[in-house]
Write a protein that binds this ligand. Sequence first.
Ligand SMILES: [Zn+2]
Length: 92
Amino acid sequence: MSFLLPCPNCGPRDVNEFAYAGEVTQRPGGPPSQRELSAYVYFRRNVAGVQREWWYHRFGCELWFLADRDTRTNEVLHTESPQVSAETPAAT
Ligand SMILES: [Zn+2]
C-alpha cells in the first residue's frame, strides 16, 4: 500500500519515507488516577474516518508533524507542524 503524504517542509512524498507514530492523544490533567493513566497509555479510539495523527519524516527532513488522515481511504486532508507544547507523540 502506498499513498502520498505531504510533509509541511518537503511537500508530497511517498508514505514509505515516513514513520507513523499513532493518533494524537490527550494527556490527563494533573496527577492521573490508575484508570486515567491506563487509558492514556493503552487505549486508542481507532476511528474509521478522519483522525489526527503523528508522523515523522524519517527519510527526509526528520520533522515531526500532525496529519488529518481518513483511515478508510488514506486520503490526507491536512498536515501541519505542531505548535510548541500543544501536544506530544503518543507512547508506543
Ligand atoms: Zn520533510
